[in-house]
Design a protein around this ligand. Structure first.
Ligand code: DGL
Length: 274
């Protein structure tokens, strides 16, 4: 049985917003981050493509010795997680585990809303999968879920344009579209791990009293509880406080942008997946 670090995956930089919270909550563990920046964004890609790319990444993490991989990407969680868990894990390494970010978020998001009307801002892929509505209904059957795809947001963020004037237009447009779906939404979830970088602009577009929720802390707390419940897996996670970063694109570019998402400098290495 493998022992090793926790793997954290995203299509690009977004998962670093989740890793930041996880590392703060659980600092003793070793972590390996992989951003598939060369093939981001995933949000506009087909189910088959997101599945294929994510599976390659999971295989890579297992080769690095990770007993546990977190898909810190809503799009990959929506379009690839279930298939990999049900079809591939058995053949790859049945004792390893892969977790996503949608279920832990769905488990708690209903408790934030007084009106029982929740809005989700996410990539087109996540919205089309309808994963959030399906998962939230399992825990909160009385909560109404309104979803809005924001296809321009990840490209703006990956290209470091999220603080530009141009970004204002695209943020306002999607938030307005979400709010026209229901006047009763009092809780809006950032259902994409890139979006915390747009938090300020998004919050400025929301009416007073509507709260904006990021999932980093939610996922970190859920992971802590998961590890407490799964002692065998927890014992296989190494605990030297190491953090390693990999990208499928330029390591120099990754190092330049990562700080925005992770909050501190990182030194990444390039990796080829295919
Ligand atoms: N961070 C990914 C997510 O949470 C972004 C998706 C993308 O690459 O479009 O969905």
């Amino acid at each position: 049985m493998q022992t090793g670090p926790i793997g954290i995956f995203d299509s690009g930089y977004g998962g670093l917003t989740v890793m930041r919270e996880i590392v703060q909550q659980l600092p003793a563990y070793d972590y390996i981050y992989l951003g598939d920046n060369a093939r981001a964004p995933y949000g506009t890609r087909s189910f088959e493509t997101v599945y294929r790319y994510t599976l390659q990444s999971v295989e890579w993490f297992f080769k690095q010795g990770c007993p546990l991989v977190i898909l810190a990407c809503n799009t990959a969680s929506a379009k690839a997680l279930r298939n990999i868990q049900q079809k591939d894990l058995q053949g790859l390494n049945p004792t390893n585990r892969i977790l996503g970010v949608i279920r832990p978020t769905a488990e708690v998001i209903g408790s934030y809303s007084n009106t029982k009307n929740v809005g989700i801002l996410a990539t087109a892929g996540t919205v089309q999968s309808n994963s959030y509505e399906l998962e939230i209904k399992k825990f909160y059957p009385d909560v109404k879920v309104y979803q809005q795809a924001c296809p321009m947001w990840v490209p703006l963020i990956e290209n470091n344009e999220h603080e530009s004037k141009g970004a204002d237009y695209f943020v306002q447009q999607c938030v307005d579209e979400l709010l026209t779906k229901s006047k009763e939404v009092d809780t809006v979830l950032l259902g994409c791990t890139h979006y915390p970088l747009l938090s300020k602009k998004i919050a400025d577009c929301l009416p007073q009293g509507v709260q904006l929720i990021s999932q980093g802390k939610i996922v970190a707390e859920s992971l802590e509880a998961y590890l407490q419940r799964h002692n065998d897996l927890e014992q296989r996670l190494t605990k030297s406080g190491n953090r390693q970063f990999f990208t499928t694109d330029s390591a120099a570019d990754f190092n330049k942008s990562a700080r925005l998402f992770y909050g501190e400098e990182v030194e990444a290495r390039h990796v080829e997946l295919s």
